[in-house]
Design a protein around this ligand. Structure first.
Ligand code: EPU
Length: 491
């Protein structure tokens, strides 16, 4: 397993290009199950999640090939398999996106329930409600969704839930409706750009979907869908992460290949907190190049993560990292995933002052983050930790970065090209920098003193708290070599 060693305190400078959107590419790849010919996709990022889905699609009779021009070609070679096994589905929740296409094209689907994850319970009741409304027979047995329908028929579906609509659920119901008899209307459909991109791919395959990007979709079923070629939209979450990387390091960064129309809420909030961004539209396309200007002072703010076009929940953690450096108190609320706060405790380890109140976090900004060992809990939490570590004084270690590799393509290489100092090393105590090793009493360890840290307690490992006053009286060994082997509190 790898970890990052980040040396912070370096303003980023330079140009970086945004990749294709992971959350558009994954359901789009799954739609290949319904095609009667090859699907060629451009701008699919090379991510662990993409590889996992390719593997799952392989078990479902779809061959996936990366071509010399970096496009991805998917083609069905066997249309009989209908089982999406737990061993693959549990590795990636987006696997649920095969449910609608399998049911629509093969009349049957047995898909493992994905289960919860670190950002919440993540039920799929709305997916199932939508498919039932189109005539599917659905039951849950031994952790699997078992769905069947001789022929789906159009219907009226309302997809609103307590936390808004559902992104992948809308894709699943759209897929099923595309091959159903008659007309389906979906009300309270998710409006996220990734859902609209999915609909555009289906239309390129011959589907008849109107209203993409709005909560009201009208889908006229067709008998079959053909192969197609499609360009995946740029990743708005990656774009936001890179913009915040510029701002949090007080850097001067140019971010290319951005659809600004997809980022209105993010740009509005960045403007609120005092981040200056110059936008240059690329001639003849819907893409822009954004220049993040160096920031002197970040202003605190209140913001809520909401369904699109609101501030995305997928940038909530990165925003929180930024606000931890603002000049005053900010409040961040997540109304999509009210429990998505695993990053709070880790940001606190980096010197942020944050406490959680229900579905909100209250952040008292500080101009001093400091290096520490932290643990990534999910994809966007990892990104937030990388951002905070780049802004912190001294060195940090970020563990469990496999979460990051699921959704960002070579993030550390791209940040290093902007002047960051991030090393990917094997996760072992020997690779933890000496500056983070408490072989000395805390007050003489260098970067940490009681005066510099706003948090009264410093977490050393899961379940054990070491207070500064205790640390100062601990009898820690003098020999660094011996301490590494036996007493390293970071082990
Ligand atoms: N929900 C239900 N019932 C359902 C489905 C969802 O109550 O049947 C609730 C969820 O628990 C949540 C809210 O509705 O509170 C929204 O969930 P949604 O179904 O929209 O999420 P998703 O489709 O599982 C996608 C992205 C997530 C992103 C969310 C919200 C993909 C592959 N995943 O998940 O991306 O956070 O939409 O925008 O598209 C990420 O990239 O880090 C990530 C987690």
């Amino acid at each position: 397993m790898d970890m990052f060693v980040v040396r912070g305190g370096r303003p980023l400078k330079g140009r970086v290009r945004v990749s294709g959107a992971k959350n558009a590419a994954l359901p789009i790849m799954a739609a290949s199950l319904m095609a009667d010919g090859p699907i060629t996709l451009h701008d699919v990022p090379d991510l662990v999640d993409v590889q996992t889905l390719s593997q799952l699609l392989g078990t479902l009779g779809v061959a996936t090939d990366r071509q010399a021009d970096d496009s991805l070609r998917l083609e069905v070679f066997d249309d009989s398999p209908v089982v999406a096994d737990y061993e693959l589905v549990r590795r990636m929740r987006a696997s649920i996106c095969v449910l609608g296409p399998l049911l629509a094209r093969r009349g049957r689907a047995t898909v493992s329930l994905p289960g919860g994850c670190n950002i919440g319970d993540r039920p799929i009741d709305l997916h199932l409600k939508g498919l039932k409304a189109l005539g599917a027979d659905i039951r849950i047995e031994r952790g699997y969704v078992i769905a069947s329908a001789k022929r789906l028929r159009g219907g009226r579906v309302f997809l609103g839930g307590s936390f808004g609509s559902t992104v992948t659920g809308t894709c699943n119901v759209m897929a099923a409706a595309a091959l159903a008899d008659g007309v389906t209307t979906i009300e309270s459909a998710a409006c996220e750009p990734e859902v609209a991109d999915y609909g555009r791919l289906l239309n390129a395959m011959g589907a008849r979907i109107e209203g993409l990007g709005t909560p009201f979709l009208r889908i006229e079923g067709v008998k079959s869908l053909s192969g197609a070629e499609h360009h995946v939209i740029p990743d708005r979450i990656e774009a936001a992460t890179l913009l915040i990387a510029g701002a949090i390091t007080h850097g001067d960064v140019v971010v290319e290949n951005v659809c600004t129309a997809h980022l209105s809420a993010v740009l509005d909030k960045l403007n609120d907190v005092g981040v200056g961004i110059e936008i240059a539209e690329d001639a003849g396309s819907d893409r822009s190049t954004l220049h993040v200007l160096p920031v002197d002072r970040l202003t605190p703010t209140e913001c809520s993560a909401l369904p699109y076009p609101g501030l995305p929940t997928d940038v909530q953690a990165q925003f929180m990292a930024l606000l931890s450096r603002a000049d005053g108190i900010s409040v961040v609320t997540d109304k999509v995933f009210p429990d998505r706060f695993m990053h709070v405790a880790e940001l606190v380890r980096l010197g942020a002052s944050i406490h959680r109140e229900g579905q909100s976090a209250i952040i008292s900004g500080t101009n001093r983050l400091h290096g520490a060992c932290v643990m990534a809990s999910d994809l966007r939490a990892s990104a937030a930790l990388v951002l905070a570590a780049m802004a912190a004084d001294g060195e940090s270690v970020i563990r469990r970065i496999y979460h990051l590799d699921r959704g960002y393509e070579q993030l550390e290489k791209r940040l290093n090209s902007l002047g960051a100092d991030i090393r990917r090393v094997e996760d072992c105590s020997e690779n933890v920098p000496a500056s983070l090793s408490l072989t000395q009493p805390v007050s003489s360890a260098g970067s940490l003193t009681t005066d510099e840290c706003s948090d009264p307690a410093m977490k050393l490992d899961e379940g054990r708290q070491l207070r500064f006053d205790e640390a100062e009286t601990l009898s820690l060994p003098q020999s660094p070599a011996k301490s590494k082997a036996n007493h390293d509190p970071m082990r």
